[in-house]
Write a protein that binds this ligand. Structure first.
Ligand SMILES: [Zn+2]
Length: 296
């Protein structure tokens, strides 16, 4: 009877932990969006838009165009349908890549990547059109944004271009931007935490499992480990804000700099909180699981 109850508690604990991990970040994320819409990411006035547009276009013409960079302003008629065309190219490239697979594992892996990137691109594209996001495509050295809505985002994207000139940063971000690498490690941390029982020092010493100590370490530090996993990406984003801020300072009139600073703060806080929320969700998942499994 006791053993049966134990199993029920363990299964319930694991399920509850997983649910917490899965759903806890949503309200945290919504609260953050609400606050930043109120204080940091407020809409630009028409005069601010035209001033930033002018400054941004000039900066691009002088500093980036001569080095082979491109600027795609999706608000311009000649760029209408740019996202759709990009999506078609992306889909075709992945279909070719999938067709060239040598075995079913490779095929499954590439299909996963395709689905991930197609979904991601669709979301990004609609956000760019609405002016709530912008991006820098490193391979084609292209800045893509809506200059009629949020021209102020150009500085941050230019910051990414400057980051990409640093080979070490480029390497780090390419590894960490791989969704499978990230997902694999997050899943490994989550599974280890939820499937491992909390052990005392004596219990650990007596354990025959060669991984007991590692598992216990992962479980104990699951929140920090999950947050750390996002650290390189957060660092790269924050650095793009720093570089963007520096670029703007050299060209934007003083009274308009407040706007730029707010935009960069909004971005930096968003990425830092993203990592904190990921860590917190992991910590809470393990906490709830242990509360249910270890009732004493
Ligand atoms: Zn960015």
């Amino acid at each position: 009877m006791d053993k049966k109850n134990n199993i029920i508690d363990t299964v319930t604990g694991i399920g509850a932990g997983y649910a917490v991990y899965r759903y806890a970040p949503n309200p945290m994320f919504q609260l953050r969006m609400k606050l930043s819409k109120k204080y940091l990411d407020t809409p630009l006035s028409d005069s601010e838009i035209s001033a930033f547009k002018q400054i941004g276009n000039d900066l691009f013409e002088q500093r980036f165009k001569p080095l082979g960079y491109n600027l795609v302003d999706v608000a311009r008629p000649e760029n209408f349908g740019y996202g759709t065309k990009q999506l078609e190219e992306l889909t075709k490239a992945y279909d070719d890549y999938i067709a060239a697979s040598k075995n079913f594992i490779q095929r499954a892996y590439r299909k996963y990547l395709k689905n991930y990137y197609v979904r991601d691109y669709k979301l990004t594209d609609s956000a760019v059109l609405q002016g709530t996001n912008a991006y820098y495509a490193g391979k084609s050295k292209t800045f893509v944004l809506n200059m009629d809505k949020k021209p102020v985002y150009l500085f941050h994207e230019m910051g990414h271009a400057i980051n990409a000139q640093n080979p070490l940063l480029k390497e780090v971000s390419s590894v960490y931007k791989n969704p499978i690498v990230r997902k694999f490690w997050l899943t490994a941390i989550l599974a280890t935490s939820l499937l491992t029982n909390k052990k005392t020092k004596e219990e650990l010493e007596q354990s025959n499992n060669p991984f007991a100590k590692v598992n216990q370490f992962v479980k104990k530090n699951c929140g920090i480990l999950a947050g750390l996993l996002l650290l390189p990406a957060v660092a790269e984003e924050c650095l793009a804000n720093v570089q963007g801020q520096k670029l703007a300072q050299s060209i934007v009139p003083k009274e308009m700099m407040k706007r730029v600073t707010k935009t960069h703060l909004h971005s930096a806080i968003g990425y830092v909180l993203g990592a904190v929320f990921a860590g917190l969700a992991m910590y809470l998942a393990n906490f709830v699981r242990d509360k249910i499994v270890h009732k004493n």
